[in-house]
Design a protein around this ligand. Structure first.
Ligand code: FAD
Length: 632
């Protein structure tokens, strides 16, 4: 998919998936914008309208959700008229939901769609869906305590449903032109312009677009990456996998063993089922023995046998909707930038789904990139800020990719540990499995192996704990700790606002908050008081198009006026929130301690800390950090 952004003043945002959403800054403008939607479906007219509107542009190829604030004219080009129906991603992690919230992209509505918390909070290990349950683990952090670390608990929703939600935002935005059925053909760039040649797939006709920047989100086999000759670090694996997309009502089959994932141990169907919707849509993923069953030889009947085997009963009706082979490998591009062209999402990095990290990583890529591009378009930052994109995001993608491969290798080794590995006779392999499970010592080993998978299914530190600029990956995927260091996501704490705000606060700061409070009433364990206490997060203080200074009440020495004057001179919007005056911490007192003792933090538009304000700070040091980041 490819997008061009024009005339941009304040842009920002989250990417991933397949569409780009661009939104005007103000509600009034948004309403006016909605009225101006051009109903034309004529691609030529869309392209020519876009060309006429273009002042400065940026093009994005691929499959990305970008949300751009204010007047940014963008062109998105998607190769296919419709997305694949196969669901792929389901786990939308806390960070992605925090990003959707920051950009008011309907995170509350997304939570109402998809898989319920009850249905999705476990991972089951079974011989097959009807027979023996061998173990169960929690699926990611869905306990109420996780809300001490994030305002947004993970949510599971099939990728097409999420993409549809985001496309609804795009459809309403007159700053975005989305054309489908076009494919990238060639790309070239000068210092200030990217020229893309795109092919209309139906007619073979070529068109050219010119833009200032281009973000390529064209997936794992990215044509843009290929055209630019960007190589990737990868570990090839000869392990071929098969995804079978099927439709069945599994609820009566699984009974009370509901869960997001079902790992099937039976060698007839060893692999896992993602239960996107237990009443309907599922996929089964398994390793393929290509010696015995080359992928070309697969038939629908073979898929049916796998699904029957994983269900464990012959009388459960189901339909095979599709089946598709893929290779289990990780791949991370050596750079995510070539001049004014950027790679994001799977185009930049792809890894196996064992971890549920791919789509989430792509969204965070664009969250990191978009505000930087916006600042360059507005003339606030020089293009040197753009080189921080690879520097910051590549390390995160690398750690995600390695964790996903590690998870996959360990869990498939576990499936093979039931004395079934290398046994070609499936009936014999099944007997071995049953004998192994009947043997107390062997069963204990299997149960310990399942216990060893906990980290695989709890990635909170990977989701919200990474630090841009860190030289080492997080030591453990699950062990999240809040960090008040430059590069870290601003730690979350629940906050409240005084009933009476000063007129200045009301007018300026409040307008940068999301329109609606967080709603945690979906946590059945919470009483009304607890729900009321969890309405606003420290992350809400950070508007997507502003910089945020959070200060402790006792911070006296820091020269705020100096910083304010500087920001206003260079065109940076700065919001200052003072603990005790402008907001209170509701629960997590450690946040207050950090801010009070450390003085405060200056936070970037993507909610990551730029600099700490110390008690000794005179303002000049913070200004120097800001200027360094902006490249001025
Ligand atoms: C079974 C499975 C489960 C998964 N589960 C999770 C999960 O739970 N959580 C998670 O975070 N991730 C998960 N993932 C990974 C996730 O699906 C991917 O990371 C995500 O789809 C990547 O999105 P993307 O937009 O970067 O690329 P893609 O989804 O590949 O989209 C690329 C887009 O670009 C378009 N395109 C391609 N070439 C061109 C061209 N030349 N010109 C114009 N357009 C083009 C394509 O048509 C497509 O629309 C899972 C993946 C699988 C397979």
């Amino acid at each position: 998919m490819f997008l061009s952004l024009l005339g941009n003043r304040r842009l920002c945002h989250p990417g991933h998936g397949l569409r780009i959403v661009i939104s005007p800054k103000t509600r009034g403008r948004r309403a006016a914008a909605e009225k101006r939607i051009n109903a034309s479906h004529n691609i030529e007219s869309k392209l020519s309208n876009w060309k006429r509107a273009r002042k400065w542009g940026k093009a994005i190829y691929l499959h990305i959700y970008i949300y751009i604030y204010d007047v940014v004219q963008s062109l998105i080009i998607e190769r296919y008229p419709e997305r694949l129906a196969a669901p792929k991603a389901h786990a939308i992690n806390p960070r992605s939901l925090e990003i959707l919230r920051q950009f008011e992209l309907g995170e509350k509505h997304v939570r109402q769609l998809g898989t319920s918390r009850d249905d999705s909070s476990s991972v089951n290990f079974l011989t097959n869906l009807c027979e023996e349950a061998i173990g169960r683990l929690p699926y990611e952090r869905m306990d109420p305590a996780v809300l001490d670390d994030t305002p947004e608990m993970i949510h599971n929703i099939p990728q097409p449903a999420l993409e549809q939600e985001l496309s609804n935002f795009i459809a309403k935005d007159p700053n975005v032109t989305l054309v489908k059925g076009f494919s990238i053909h060639a790309v070239e760039q000068t210092e200030n312009e990217v020229i893309a040649t795109i092919e209309e797939r139906l007619t073979g006709q070529l068109h050219q677009t010119k833009s200032r920047h281009l973000i390529a989100c064209d997936g794992r086999r990215s044509k843009v990456r290929e055209l630019l000759g960007i190589e990737s670090e990868s570990e090839d694996s000869d392990q071929t996998m098969m995804t079978i997309h099927f439709n069945a009502n599994l609820r009566p089959v699984v009974g009370d063993r509901v869960g997001m994932l079902y790992w099937i141990m039976d060698p007839v169907a060893a692999g896992f089922i993602i239960g996107y919707d237990l009443d309907g849509i599922q996929v089964h993923i398994s390793q393929v023995d290509v010696e015995e069953h080359p992928v070309e030889s697969w038939t629908e009947d073979m898929c049916r046998a796998k699904i029957r085997g994983s269900i464990g009963k012959n009388d459960v009706p189901f339909d095979i909707l599709s089946y598709r082979p893929w290779v289990f490998r990780r791949q991370v591009a050596f750079t995510f930038q070539e001049g004014n062209i950027f790679l994001a999402g799977d185009a930049a990095h792809s890894f196996p789904p064992t971890g549920g990290l791919g789509l989430n990583c792509g969204l965070a890529d664009v969250h990191n990139l978009a505000y930087k591009i916006a600042l360059v378009h507005r003339g606030v930052a020089t293009s040197s800020i753009l080189s921080t994109y690879t520097a910051e995001r590549r390390g995160v993608a690398d750690s995600y990719s390695k964790q996903s491969v590690k998870n996959g290798k360990e869990i498939f080794a576990l499936l093979q540990s039931l004395k079934t590995a290398g046994v070609e006779d499936v009936i014999q392999a099944r007997k071995n499995m049953m004998a192994a499970l009947a043997n107390p010592a062997q069963r204990k080993r299997v149960e310990a192996g399942i216990e060893g998978q906990r980290e695989h299914f709890d990635n909170l530190e990977l989701h919200i704990g990474y630090v841009y600029g860190a030289t080492k990956p997080p030591p453990h995927a699950s062990h999240y700790s809040p960090k008040f260091v430059p590069g870290a996501r601003l730690p979350h704490a629940w906050i409240s606002f005084p009933d009476q705000l000063s007129p200045e606060t009301e007018a300026t700061k409040r307008s940068s908050l999301p329109r609606e409070p967080v709603d945690v009433s979906y946590i059945k364990e919470f009483d009304a008081d607890q729900v009321r206490a969890c309405q606003w997060s420290t992350l809400d203080l950070c508007g997507p198009d502003s910089w945020t200074l959070i200060l402790g009440q006792e911070q006296q020495t820091f020269n705020i006026t100096l910083l304010q004057k500087h920001c206003s001179a260079i065109g940076v919007t700065l919001n200052i929130w003072r603990l005790g005056d402008d907001f209170e911490i509701v629960r997590q007192s450690w946040f207050a301690d950090e801010v009070v003792h450390g003085g405060g933090v200056l936070v970037r538009p993507d909610q990551h800390i730029l600099a700490r304000v110390t008690a000794e700070s005179d303002g000049e040091d913070v200004i120097a950090e800001l200027n360094k980041h902006l490249g001025i």
